[in-house]
Design a protein around this ligand. Structure first.
Ligand code: PLP
Length: 927
């Protein structure tokens, strides 16, 4: 162990008034710069003076030391070579204490031993795989729970920090992450953590940066560790880990463990690591310069490159504040797994290897190598592209590296030569079909109006209302994570947005359901930080580009009630969109939710679509649609709906980080959607299913109000899939058949109505049984099911969404006479497997409104909230103010002479009242 305060600054003792001597003493008083500190290994402790004046620290290859009362007695407790190394590490890290152990994971293990059973950790969701493995061990054997959050957003920590039920004792961070190179604002996160939990220990894995590029202790973090196997040693010839901290109490705990378990670094490896550290700055300077060149080369060819050294990187501004350079690891996507495999296999200079930090350049495909131990479903959930290639750049000649990569790209068919005339061939990227589709995003919008406007002015449309539906997952939840098709449908519980002009240069957002309202002075919004043209008003925001992180950070400071997380996220999305539109009208937006918030029914997507459409119409970006000839005729042009959807998707990204896009698509287009996410070797797919006219299916949604932990439930299924593939895979296959059958039932041109409902009910039962077998059931959901199965109701119910409590969905027949013995082909056998689930639901065809009311009463007597809805309804709508006043039924049944309700009533009506009002009013034009 070593302590260094002040020792790195050689001070001259000159005290003369002679100006020459003063200048020289000032020069000598300057602390050495990093490269000098690395190269000069000295230990001011007189006990470490070498008796022979050795200029390289000797290897004290001994287990024991003679005598009593000396500084060393046993190498497990301390060794002079290790002490020299630790002193040196403390010096270059500007830390009070440093320790050297046998590996990076050994360092993390030592740090974790500061925790006790019952403690909780908050960690990133893109952590090094080895750290995840150790976290799993702690969970199973140490009673320590870890919550994974999106570390690119410091707010994602707050729900755990702010909740006294969570015993958060440690926060574990990496920045940039590996291999996605995402940036965590270490400084801001440390501040947030300390604001809520001053005793929680903020730990940073600094391996990607090394103390040369980032020193997290200086940013307010408590403990930093590095895998010394990487940049610190630099030659892939040893394994080591180093830990630094400033706090004496933490240092004491760390040393206690190292001494107790004996994982201090051996004398020989300490010597090697010390030798490596001397050239750290030199190596990183060269490796980083090469990495910048490679990143620019790939980005220039049109590949999606993850590297904080590129101006396009979403976390660049934050990274530049907390670190001195972008480092020498980058990753890029080709759009096609086979192409990536060919590239990796075709390089010669770039060695195929795990790990990084070596002076030689390395290439790898994380999903096949370093991250292969992570279940593909979990990788997909973390948005880790299967085609990702990671490059760890070394010190070779940059041109040789480019040449070798270029040759590999050509051989793999990832680029082609378009002009051979010059000294160097001009290349062009060959986009695999799948990548082209992914990057293209949404359809072209032919007739959007693009008008720039200066200061705050008038909205093009002084007052309008928009609405958008929530969604329910009917079939395939959980299985969807593993590549099975899910069917989701729009419900008729909707979100409503009232946009009104005002004339005072102010912008207000009012969210009565969240108890939130705020007004901004439009002129003082950060207009100068919006990159002009970054969001196209013709084609909409790009589907695959994230929001501008720097602008989001700026916007995060605009909110008064920072603790109202949901409202702040909603407001941030609203402001983000507002800032990207050309006009700056003074307006008030009031948004009401007629569907439960955070119950898994797509309330945020309904909000995003309602707000996006209100902004686009009221700002005049989209022309108001002409009223529909009949209420059932879709009158919003498809390209206009696509633009609304792409803006809503951007809002969803601001709110959720990396949403799949299914919720906003359903909320925009209505109907139902068959959704299959991309998994290894297979493309994703979204297919809009429009049920036959008049064929919306009635459902009862029951919110058990039991909180669910979606992440844990999803992870539980992924774990069982790994551990019990023979049990879980057939269930997933069966759920795929259920989704296919439901798709067919919803769209069949021949199926009679009764047959359709009967088939859906049967599929509901089957799917629920499978979900229970997957382990995501819950007693409260079974209570709902058994109630709905009772006579006189006898209805089929399944959990919807995550399970573990949450919501249940019950099919409500609409009175038509079903076929009492429908045939289901392959599913018939599965149905008979679960005898307990056989129902007599189809015999009673006449399900009156009274029956529905009595069922709702029975469920609410059991403490559940119910919502009556139908699935497969219309998408978003805009209420076009009529030329002449239209009569509207008020919630109380009276008549009103306006198509748009008064704000006060809009603010105060219940969700159901709003729904009734919207049903009754004429003038809606819907997608
Ligand atoms: N942290 C990061 C970011 C890593 O990449 C690694 C190894 O790849 C480790 C920690 C673990 O280090 P070691 O292999 O020295 O145990």
């Amino acid at each position: 162990m070593a302590s260094t305060a002040g020792s790195s600054t050689p001070l001259d003792s000159a005290s003369s008034s002679d100006p020459t001597s003063l200048t020289s003493s000032l020069l000598r008083a300057r602390p050495y710069r990093f490269a000098t500190q690395c190269a000069t290994v000295e230990n001011p402790d007189p006990a470490h003076k070498d008796q022979y004046g050795a200029s390289s620290v000797p290897i004290y290859q001994t287990a024991t030391f003679k005598g009593m009362g000396g500084q060393y007695d046993y190498t497990r407790s301390g060794n002079p070579t290790r002490s020299h190394l630790e002193h040196h590490i403390a010096k270059i890290s500007n830390a009070r204490h440093a320790y050297a152990v046998t590996s990076g994971m050994g360092a993390l293990d030592v740090i974790f031993r500061l925790l006790k059973p019952g403690d909780e950790i908050i960690a990133g969701n893109d952590l090094y795989g080895g750290s995840n493995r150790l976290i799993g061990y702690l969970r199973d054997h140490g009673g320590i729970t870890t919550h994974h959050v999106d570390t690119t957003d410091p707010r994602s920590f707050v729900p755990y920090l702010d909740d006294p039920a969570h015993n958060v004792a440690m926060v574990l961070l990496e920045s940039p992450t590996n291999p996605l190179l995402q940036i965590a604002d270490l400084e801001e996160i440390a501040r947030v953590v300390k604001r809520y939990r001053k005793d929680a220990i903020v730990v940073v894995d600094n391996t990607m940066m090394s103390p040369y590029l980032c020193r997290p202790l200086e940013l307010g973090c408590d403990i930093v560790y590095d895998s010394g196997t990487k940049y610190l040693s630099g030659h892939h010839d040893l394994m080591a880990g180093v830990i630094t901290c400033d706090r004496d109490d933490l240092a004491k705990g760390i040393y206690f463990t190292i001494n107790s378990i004996g994982n201090g670094l051996s004398p020989f490896d300490s010597f090697l690591l010390l030798r490596g550290v001397k050239t750290l700055a030199l190596r990183i300077d060269k490796q980083q310069a090469n990495a910048v060149r490679i990143a620019q080369y790939l980005a220039h060819l049109g590949f999606k490159v993850n590297y904080p050294g590129l101006p396009s990187h979403r976390g660049k501004a934050i990274h530049d504040r907390i670190a001195k350079g972008p480092g020498a690891v980058l990753s890029f996507e080709t759009g096609d797994i086979a192409t990536s495999e060919r590239i990796v296999g075709s390089t010669r200079l770039w060695g195929i290897s795990v790990s990084f930090g070596c002076i030689n350049s390395l290439i790898s495909m994380p999903c096949l190598m370093s991250h292969a131990s992570i279940d593909p479903a979990v990788r997909a959930a973390r948005n880790l592209p299967e085609d990702l290639i990671r490059l760890c750049v070394g010190i070779e000649d940059a041109q040789d590296l480019v040449d070798d990569l270029e040759a590999a790209l050509l051989e793999a068919g990832a680029v082609r030569v378009v002009d051979e005339a010059g000294e160097r061939a001009v290349l062009e990227r060959v986009r695999p079909a799948a990548a082209a589709e992914k990057e293209q995003g949404f359809v072209e919008l032919p007739n959007a109006r693009v008008e720039a406007s200066g200061g705050a002015g008038q909205a093009q449309v002084p007052k309008l209302v928009t609405s958008a539906p929530g969604k329910v997952i009917l079939f395939g939840e959980h299985a969807v994570v593993h590549g099975v098709t899910a069917i989701a449908g729009a419900i008729d519980l909707r979100c409503y947005c009232l946009a009104e002009s005002r004339s005072d240069g102010q912008l207000s957002l009012v969210l009565p359901d969240l108890g939130y309202a705020q007004t901004w002075d439009i002129a003082s919004l950060p207009w100068d930080r919006v990159v002009p043209g970054s969001v196209s008003l013709k084609t909409g925001p790009k589907a695959d580009s994230p929001p501008d992180q720097e602008l989001l950070t700026l916007l995060a400071n605009q909110f008064v009630n920072q603790d109202q997380l949901k409202a702040v996220q909603a407001a941030q999305a609203f402001l983000y969109l507002y800032l990207h539109l050309p006009a700056r009208p003074a307006q008030t937006y009031t948004v009401r939710s007629g569907l439960p918030i955070s119950a898994g029914l797509g309330s945020s997507a309904a909000y995003s679509v309602a707000v996006s459409s209100a902004l686009l119409y009221s700002h005049g970006v989209l022309p108001l649609p002409s009223p529909a000839p009949s209420p059932s005729t879709a009158a919003i042009d498809a390209p206009h709906a696509a633009l609304v959807n792409s803006f809503a998707f951007l809002a969803e990204k601001v709110i959720h980080g990396t949403p799949s896009g299914i919720d906003n698509t359903v909320a925009t287009l209505g109907g139902a959607v068959a959704f299959r996410r991309a998994v290894k070797g297979r493309e994703g797919r979204v297919e809009v299913i429009q049920p036959r006219e008049g064929r919306a299916v009635r459902f009862l949604l029951t919110d058990t109000k039991v909180a669910r932990d979606t992440k844990t439930l999803v992870a539980g299924v992924a774990k069982r899939k790994l551990e019990e593939p023979d049990t879980i895979n057939p269930l997933l296959d069966s759920i795929q058949r259920i989704s296919d059958a439901a798709h067919a039932a919803l769209t069949s041109p021949t199926l009679a109505r009764g047959e359709q409902l009967a088939e859906l009910a049967r599929l509901v039962e089957l799917n629920h049984a499978h979900l229970v077998s997957l382990g995501v059931g819950h007693a409260a959901l079974e209570a709902v099911r058994s109630k709905t199965r009772e006579q006189p109701w006898g209805l089929a119910t399944k959990l919807t969404g995550a399970g573990g409590g949450g919501c249940a969905v019950t099919i409500v027949p609409d009175g038509a006479s079903p076929d009492p013995s429908p045939t289901f082909g392959a599913l018939e056998t599965l149905a008979s497997e679960s005898d307990a689930n056989s129902l007599e639901v189809f015999d009673d065809a006449d399900f009156s409104d009274e029956l529905l009311v009595s069922l709702r009463e029975a469920l609410s007597a059991s403490g559940f909230d119910t919502y009556s809805t139908s699935v497969g309804g219309r998408g978003f709508g805009v209420l076009v103010p009529p030329a002449s006043a239209v009569e509207v039924r008020s919630a109380e049944g009276g008549a009103e002479a306006s198509a748009v309700p008064e704000k006060k009533r809009f603010d105060e009506a219940t969700g159901e009242e709003l729904g009734r009002w919207a049903e009754g009013v004429e003038g809606w034009v819907r997608a």
